[in-house]
Design a protein around this ligand. Structure first.
Ligand code: PEP
Length: 260
């Protein structure tokens, strides 16, 4: 398998106000200037209200990081009080959007159908999408995790047009590993990566990068990368501090092309 360029995304969730977000963005900028990263694409996903400030600082200080939104409404515009559209995000120079994070699915009733509709509206606008999938603990204990993830992928990705395909990445995030400090093992991740890649190949999405998320840190990143065979990470808790996030980014960069 040819190694794809690693992608590391920091999901800041509902943390950091705009002042704190700018500060973290600047810290990342300083660290990247002191130790540039060659092979890895870096993305941060701040809360909506921080987006403008973070994109501004990244542009003005030429920080080699792109910005993602954590969610978006599937509709183009109109009477959707409290919601944000893809075109509003595009206007802010947001290049990526996370779709169907398990917290959105579990706490904000985001169904598979809504994930698919959101994906269509994001890719139609030419914005990169990260489709999040992953099973709960009971599903894994019942040994149904592969079927569960296949169904999530098929529902989200079926029928996408040719142009949309190159905009898509997938993040496998077992719910039991998110924010628990209990990462999936490299073997579990490897098995799921193989499974997801075969499902994606059947859907003509063999070029999509497949990330892992769930209690990733600078210590477990190298083995997840090499033995787990991931194309990168979606990072929650460890993305809130510049040192821990950059530790993960650096591990990916070092692992690229078997340097490690
Ligand atoms: C996430 O929520 O996307 C995530 C992976 O969180 P954490 O790294 O904190 O487990």
């Amino acid at each position: 398998m040819t190694q794809k360029r690693p992608l590391v995304i920091g999901n800041w969730k509902m943390n950091l106000d705009y002042v704190e977000a700018v500060h973290l963005g600047q810290q990342l900028g300083v660290m990247l200037k002191n130790k540039p990263v060659e092979h890895t694409d870096i993305v941060v996903a701040p809360p909506f209200v921080d987006l403008r400030s973070v994109t501004s600082i990244i542009e003005s200080e030429r920080i080699p990081v792109e910005v993602a939104a954590q969610h978006v409404n599937a509709n183009e515009n109109g009477a959707h009080t409290g919601e944000i559209s893809v075109s509003m995000l595009k206007r802010l120079n947001v290049k990526w959007i996370l779709i169907g994070h398990s917290e959105r699915r579990a706490m904000y009733a985001m169904s598979d159908e809504l994930v698919a509709a959101t994906l269509r509206s994001v890719t139609r606008a030419g914005v990169r999408a990260v489709v999040c999938v992953g099973e709960a603990l009971q599903v894994r204990e019942a040994d149904e995790h592969e079927a569960y993830v296949s169904a999530q992928l098929a529902s989200a990705l079926e029928g996408l047009d040719e142009k949309s395909r190159e905009l898509i990445s997938v993040a496998y995030e077992p719910i039991w590993a998110i924010g628990t400090g209990l990462s999936a093992s490299a073997e579990q991740v490897r098995a799921m990566m193989d499974h997801i890649r075969s499902v994606l190949a059947q859907l003509s999405l063999g070029d999509a990068r497949v990330l892992y998320g769930g209690s990733v840190n600078a210590e477990n990143a190298p083995s997840l990368m090499l033995e787990g065979a991931v194309d990168g990470f979606l990072v929650g808790g460890a993305s809130l501090k510049a040192e821990s996030f950059m530790g993960i980014v650096q591990s990916c960069d070092d692992c690229y092309d078997g340097k490690r």
